[in-house]
Design a protein around this ligand. Structure first.
Ligand code: NAD
Ligand code: MG
Length: 396
């Protein structure tokens, strides 16, 4: 091998970012953390810069950048510190960058992920909101610029692993009948409907199987995470809503499945540890050690399955409806959900208000066809305003 591959990690201080650095650190001959980015937490970014010596570090605002740059300069570091959203787009598109891990949370991750696709990079996509907001735009950018798209979301990574390599002529042509998207069911899987109204952010943040950032953890509790993943699967695998079935599987051992027309169902199994999909996407089509332990089936002993309950968890229904409606409906759903999650975490609305707020925002907003990124960003902003007004009216 020649030089190590240069990897830009968008959101290096987050859960996915830290796991990516863990895998990279196991393969120093193969990968170099070339650019690292964080929004506001410069302390962990400083530590990462000391350890991985990236060429670039990017932070959200100027003050934070100045502080970080001073600290690094005092230590004679050669890392160049940049700031702001344009800098994110710069460090994904540099000619020497081979792959980009898109692991910023929420709509903020859209522009840099799109920039990576437009630069024709190998894009490791964790930020599912990108596909929910702008599936068509993003997939077109991937195709038109010869980018390679590898899903990091554990379910989609699992599907990618068991899907035939060439689905270019459609799923039917490849002999695929269904995608079975597994879901843990979250911390409230067995909670009665009336109890759900009273659950607290602390309870919702306590996910049974996965350690993740706060936004996706709340999404997992409402099942919106699965809803966003249905939309994500639609774009990644060109699957119609009817071809995607959600299966509650509380053990999170099967990460998803693909059913073929001959009745075969192929699944990918493993311990719930994001380093497996990260290592798979980094090395694809090869495989490398990830640090994840061997699966102990005797300890797990059983695998359970149940149908999702969209009465108690309406977010899943809302996401399917938004996908069927098409146009900007998924982007509106996503924007309203981001506001709802923030408001719930800030104790401004209750847990069961989350789907109410999203449904209200969708019915108060006109669904259109956004032709470009600027229009999409405008739709996102407008939906956020509607959602925020709902929160304020509720609090008043
Ligand atoms: P996290 O909250 O732990 O980390 C988010 C990262 O994004 C941080 O590095 C933060 O600095 C950065 N960030 C936040 N807001 C930003 C902004 N406005 N501008 C620039 N950077 C910003 O989140 P996470 O759990 O690592 O999730 C990241 C993404 O990956 C999400 O889209 C999530 O849905 C997806 N994902 C996560 C997991 C998981 O296991 N954590 C699994 C599947 C998919
Ligand atoms: Mg997932």
């Amino acid at each position: 091998m020649t030089r190590p591959q240069n990897i830009t990690i968008l959101g290096s201080t987050g859960t996915i970012g830290v796991n990516t650095l863990d895998v990279i650190a196991r393969h120093p001959q193969r990968y170099r953390a070339y650019a690292l980015t964080a929004h506001s937490r410069t302390a962990p970014l400083l530590e990462q810069c000391r350890r991985f010596k990236p060429a670039y570090a990017v932070v959200g605002d100027e003050d934070a950048a100045e502080t970080l740059a001073k600290q690094l300069k005092n230590e004679h570091s050669e890392t160049q510190v940049l700031c702001g959203a344009e800098a994110l787009e710069k460090v994904v598109a540099l000619p020497e960058v081979d792959a980009v891990m898109a692991a910023i949370v929420g709509a903020a991750g859209l522009r840099p992920a799109l920039a990576a696709a437009r630069a024709g990079k190998r894009v490791l996509l964790a930020n599912k909101e990108t596909l929910v907001m702008s599936g068509k735009l993003f997939m077109d950018a991937v195709r038109q610029n010869g980018a390679t798209l590898l899903p990091i979301d554990s379910e989609h990574n699992a599907i990618f692993q068991v899907m035939p390599r060439d689905i270019g002529r459609g799923l039917e042509h490849a002999g695929v009948s269904r995608i079975l998207l597994t879901a843990s069911g979250g911390p409230f899987r067995t909670c009665a409907a009336d109890e759900l109204a009273r659950v607290t952010p602390a309870q919702a943040l306590n996910h049974p199987n996965w350690v993740m950032g706060p936004k996706i953890t709340i999404d997992s509790a409402t099942l919106m995470n699965k809803g966003l993943e249905v939309i994500e699967a639609h774009w990644l695998f060109d699957a119609a809503p009817e071809q995607i079935e959600v299966v509650i599987h509380p053990q999170s051992v099967i990460h998803s499945m693909v059913e073929y027309i001959d009745g075969s169902v192929l699944a990918q199994l493993g311990n719930p540890d994001m380093r497996t999909p990260i290592a798979y996407a980094l090395a694809w089509p090869e495989r490398i050690p990830s640090g994840v332990g061997s699966l102990d089936l005797f300890r797990i002993a059983r695998l359970d399955f149940e149908a999702p309950d969209t009465q108690r968890f309406p977010c899943l229904r809302l996401a399917f409806e938004a996908l069927r409606r098409g146009g900007t409906a998924p982007a509106i759903l996503n924007a309203a959900n981001e506001i709802a999650v923030q408001a719930f975490l800030g104790n401004r609305i209750g847990f069961t208000d989350i789907p109410r707020l999203i449904e209200a925002t969708l019915s108060a907003t006109t669904v259109t066809e956004a032709a470009n990124l600027e229009e999409l960003v405008a739709v996102d902003r407008a939906a956020r305003r509607v959602a925020e007004n709902w929160v304020e009216a509720k609090a008043a």
